[in-house]
Design a protein around this ligand. Structure first.
Ligand code: SF4
Length: 89
């Protein structure tokens, strides 16, 4: 298992998002890190920041990604163009 995902790889941020098609809205993410996640009126989680560069935010998002029961949390590394490149390791 690798350590916390870092931004040193080209200095590109990690992009955080939620796959609303699989999120159940149960709120584990919000309970763990309300500074990053909240369950919206639509019934699924939304993120308060989409580009993560702070190591604490990245660790928090990684922790939620590891426990989300539906694997709805997406953490990808931004491509140089700003488009998502690939699922972070
Ligand atoms: S923990 Fe996962 S399934 Fe639950 S509300 Fe958050 S993103 Fe959705």
């Amino acid at each position: 298992m690798s350590g916390p995902r870092e931004t040193e790889e080209g200095g590109r941020p990690l992009l955080l998002s939620i796959d609303a098609t699989v999120c159940t809205g149960a709120g584990t993410c919000e309970a763990m890190h309300p500074e990053l996640f909240r369950v919206g009126a639509e019934g699924h989680a939304v993120v308060s920041r989409t580009e993560l560069t702070d190591s604490r935010d990245i660790e928090a998002a990684t922790g939620v990604l590891d426990v989300c029961p539906t694997e709805a949390v997406r953490l990808t590394r931004a491509a140089p163009s700003g488009e998502p490149e690939a699922q972070a390791p």
